[in-house]
Design a protein around this ligand. Structure first.
Ligand code: NAD
Length: 498
């Protein structure tokens, strides 16, 4: 694989409209999940680089044209970014495959979504409104939304381009400036995106990228006093630490964190469609998906038949080189992550779960971070494999007798990101959707997103919602203006005769 590999430019920081190296000159390698060979070098950001980027963003916000532009002008530039993303979609998808191991067919979808994110929020930028609160004849009160300032955007490695644009687009649409800190295991598309943003004509300093590790570059961004907002997507434990570190400056946080999402399949469901959705929901994106339906609750009456069909599908999943358009499951991001996923598989066996199916990794792929997709049955909901986020191609199946038991077990989790319900009983579908503790519920559906709807989790899956006007609420300050329309009484303090 490495022999045929194209030369990839080093991933450098992008600060104040220019690509640059770290102040220290240090770099670190990024490797490909396909074979763990080095792809290229990445600038190693530290607090000094973060400070340069934040200063650039701060000056662009306070002294530059960006925040003063009207929505229409900003929208035009955001559409130009979307045009650039569409023009380079194939190249971006290939870069993402090389850097993350996502199968190409799925990476292409993610690249298209990246462009959609800019188009969607560009349109929204032209439709910002406020509210008025007329107080009879005496006052007219109204609200306006203003940008907040410099935003720190910190993203994970699982779908880097799509997730970064999901933050950058609303952040810029509302007139803020940004510093993106991409994940250290998948930095390549962020640098490519920076060039597209520059070429679209976004003013210098409005968008910046600092590469590096979480504990150094990420932590410095969170701690920087000029950064007003932190939008973070990643692990729950990291989110907790970020909130502690940002507390001194009372930053505003959006937290999109982990999940262990239940899929409840009732006996009366359309079982063929439910089967398709269950398999796709946990094994797509290599199982590295925050909303993966990784805990299946299956009604006892159909359990045997459904699990047998499921096992058959898992055995037949096409695990392979992610550049092959036929591949359904590619390699995991990094050897450390592969070890973590494998250790969960071992712990499941040790806890007494039964592996009903394990996929096959072709021998010629031994150099990559491939893990055979796994299905566990005879699982109890209190096992580690049912409670902790594996973030890999691993599904557990748990039987239930009735609705009450299914809902109780689904809610016995510290997470509450997504849930999926399969039933033909309309009333039950709504009742269960209502009872489940999760930010999002899909009924008789796989994970289909509409960009207007709120996205986010309950419990330890996150704080806040992004998407549609919910993103705009996060990225703007709400200001109320009170205007007196008549001569309302004003007490005359200090005016009494002595
Ligand atoms: P992670 O928490 O390890 O890292 C995420 C980002 O945070 C990286 O850029 C990392 O460098 C940075 N970081 C790490 N420590 C930091 C610190 N102390 N200060 C500032 N930044 C720091 O997560 P990951 O392993 O990259 O991603 C996988 C996780 O992301 C999973 O838990 C998954 O569920 C979650 N995720 C959630 C959503 C969602 O929308 N809810 C979407 C995708 C992924």
């Amino acid at each position: 694989m490495s022999g045929e590999r194209k030369r990839i430019e080093p991933a450098r920081h992008f600060i104040g409209g220019e690509f640059c190296d770290s102040v220290s000159g240090r770099t670190f390698p990024t490797t490909s999940p396909l074979d763990n060979e080095v792809i290229t070098e990445v600038s190693y950001g530290t607090a000094e680089d973060v400070d340069r980027a934040v200063q650039a963003a701060y000056h662009a916000f306070h002294d530059g044209p960006w925040r003063k532009m009207n929505g229409k002008e900003r929208a035009k530039l955001l559409h130009a970014i979307a045009d650039g993303l569409e023009r380079h979609a194939d190249e971006l998808a290939e870069l993402e495959v090389l850097d993350t191991g996502l199968p190409i067919s799925q990476a292409k979808g993610q690249a298209a979504r990246a462009a959609d994110n800019f188009r969607f929020f560009a349109e929204m930028a032209t439709r910002m409104t406020g509210e008025t609160f007329p107080v009879e004849q005496s006052f007219l009160n109204y609200t306006v939304r203003t940008p907040v300032g410099v935003a720190g955007l910190i993203t994970p490695w699982n779908t880097p381009l799509m997730l970064a644009t999901w933050k950058i687009a609303p952040c810029l649409a509302t007139g803020n400036t940004a510093v993106l800190k991409p994940a250290e295991w998948s930095p390549l598309t962020a640098t490519r995106l920076a060039a597209i943003i520059r070429d679209a004509g976004i003013p210098d300093g409005v968008f910046n990228v600092v590469h590096g590790y979480g504990e150094t570059a990420g932590a410095a961004l969170v701690a920087h006093p000029l950064v007003r907002l932190i939008s973070f997507t990643g692990e729950t434990t990291t989110g907790r630490e970020i909130m502690r570190n940002g507390a001194n400056h009372l930053k505003r946080f959006s937290m999109e964190l982990g999940g262990k999402s239940p899929v409840i399949v009732f006996a009366d469901a359309d079982l063929e469609r439910a089967l398709d959705a269950v398999v796709f929901g946990v094994y797509s994106l290599n199982g590295e998906r925050c909303t993966a339906g990784s805990r299946l609750f299956i009604q006892r009456a159909i359990r045997e038949e459904f699990e047998a069909k499921l096992a058959e599908r898992v055995r037949r999943l096409r695990v392979g080189n992610p550049f092959d358009p036929q591949t359904e499951v590619g390699p995991l991001i990094h050897p450390e992550h592969r070890q973590r996923v494998e250790s969960y598989i071992h712990s499941a066996v040790a806890e007494g779960a039964r592996m009903a199916a394990g996929g096959v990794v072709p021998e010629e792929l031994a150099a990559g971070n491939y893990v055979a997709p796994a299905l566990f049955v005879d699982v109890r909901n209190d096992m580690r494999i049912a409670q902790e986020e594996v973030f890999g191609p691993v599904l557990v199946s748990i039987a239930f007798d009735d609705e009450e038991e299914a809902v109780r077990m689904a809610n016995e989790s510290r997470y509450g990101l997504a849930a999926y319900v399969w039933t033909r009983d309309l009333v039950r579908a709504h009742r269960v959707a209502n009872a489940i503790e999760s930010g999002m519920v899909w009924v008789n559906s796989q994970n289909v997103r509409d960009l207007r709807t709120p996205f986010g989790g309950m419990k330890e899956s996150g704080i806040g919602r992004e998407g549609g006007h919910f993103s705009f609420e996060f990225y703007t300050e709400l200001k109320t203006v009170h205007v007196a329309l008549d001569k309302h009484p004003i007490p005359k303090f200090g005016a009494a005769s002595v």
